[in-house]
Design a protein around this ligand. Sequence first.
Ligand SMILES: CC(C)(COP(=O)(O)OP(=O)(O)OC[C@H]1O[C@@H](n2cnc3c(N)ncnc32)[C@H](O)[C@@H]1OP(=O)(O)O)[C@@H](O)C(=O)NCCC(=O)NCCS
Length: 145
Amino acid sequence: MKTGLSLLNTMPADASPSHPGQPGQRELVLRVMPMPADANANGDIFGGWIMAQVDIAGSILPARLSRGRVTTVAVNEFVFKQPVSIGDLLSFYATVTRVGRTSITVHVEVMAERDPENLHVVKVTEANLTYVAIDLNGKPRPLTT
Ligand SMILES: CC(C)(COP(=O)(O)OP(=O)(O)OC[C@H]1O[C@@H](n2cnc3c(N)ncnc32)[C@H](O)[C@@H]1OP(=O)(O)O)[C@@H](O)C(=O)NCCC(=O)NCCS
C-alpha cells in the first residue's frame, strides 16, 4: 500500500505542467486583486477576506493530491505580517509540508505586488493549514484510494 510521501511520487505526469506538489516544492496556486468591497473600516483589506483566499489557495494541492474532496480541519498558524491594500496584486504560494494517512498540511505564503510606478513585492501573510480527504459522506478518506 502506498502512503504518505510515496503517494506524491505516483502523481500523474499531467497533474500539472511542472509536476508540482512534491514536499517542499513551492507552487503559485492563486492570484487575486482585492477590491474596495473587501476593505475594513481602516481602509485596509479585511483579515477575514484574506483568510478565505488562503483557505482556497491552501486546498488546491491537497485536492489534487487526494484526487477528490478535501475539507479544512485546522488552521495551525496564521500571521498577518503587513496590511493589504486595495489594488495590491496578491500571489498565493503553497508548499505541501506533511502528508499523513488522510490529511495533508500546507504552508501558504501571500506576496503583494504594489505601487506599479515603483513596483515592489512584500510578504503580507503566511499560514499553515491542514486538510483532510473526505468521501461523499464527509468522512475521512485514506489518501491511497
Ligand atoms: C475533518 C473531519 C472530516 C475529520 O474527521 P475526524 O473524525 O475528526 O477524523 P480523524 O480524527 O480521523 O482525523 C482525520 C485526520 O485529521 C487530522 N487532524 C484532526 N484534527 C486535527 C488538528 N486539529 N490539526 C491537524 N490535524 C488534525 C488527524 O491527525 C487525521 O490525520 P491523518 O489521518 O493523516 O493521521 C471532521 O472533523 C469535520 O468534518 N470537520 C469539519 C470540517 C469543516 O467543515 N471545515 C470547513 C471549515 S468550517
